[in-house]
Design a protein around this ligand. Structure first.
Ligand SMILES: [Zn+2]
Length: 195
């Protein structure tokens, strides 16, 4: 049987291998080593992995790890990270090696999450100036890489986004994207203590 080792990842720029989220959208990141393979995984993906593969035998102090346990662990970790810095730098590893598509989708997701906070939850955790800067980054990327942009996950909601307003963005999303991105928005606000 392959040996599995796991430790907390302390790298500020860590990116989850599964969902490509960075530390700003994660409570914890883990380095996992299985046999000779290393990867970094966020708490959310790790939970999914655990839930899928170890549901029956994942024990904490001799008892099954319950949803309530996981909620406690999540709450405990929440204050640890100062989150959501604005303009995204793709100069650092490993995002340096991301494809343009992944980069655009990463920024799209942020922009949508902020639009949801602002227009749907009537609150925000960033300044207008920071949001403008992020919007500008998206507008530039989408217009410089038009062919790539058209293939991206959220293009259908952001194809005419010019940074002036994100009022309509949420309503354009399909139901599963609505649900997913609203959850992220709420999660970020709750980590910040804003809801
Ligand atoms: Zn992940």
């Amino acid at each position: 049987m392959a040996k599995i080792k796991m430790r907390l990842n302390k790298d500020e720029d860590a990116i989850c291998t599964c969902c490509k989220n960075g530390r700003d959208l994660s409570l914890d990141m883990y380095d996992v080593k299985i046999g000779n393979v290393y990867f970094t995984i966020c708490d959310t993906c790790n939970e999914t992995l655990l839930a899928k593969s170890l549901r029956a035998s994942c024990l904490t102090n001799g008892r099954l790890k319950s949803k309530e346990d996981i909620a406690i662990i999540r709450r405990r970790g929440r204050s640890k990270y100062e989150i959501w810095n604005m303009k995204v730098s793709f100069d650092k590893l490993p995002s340096k090696y991301w494809s343009d598509k992944v980069k655009i989708e990463y920024i799209q997701r942020r922009v949508i999450v902020f639009c949801i906070m602002y227009y749907r939850l009537n609150t925000s955790c960033i300044s207008d100036r920071d949001f403008d800067e992020l919007s500008k980054q998206l507008v530039e990327l989408q217009s410089n890489k038009k062919d790539v942009a058209k293939q991206t996950k959220y293009y259908y909601a952001l194809y005419d986004y010019d940074g002036s307003t994100g009022f309509h963005v949420y309503n354009r999303l399909n139901n599963s994207d609505k649900e997913y991105l609203l959850l992220i928005a709420k999660n970020v606000l709750s980590i910040k203590g804003l809801i």
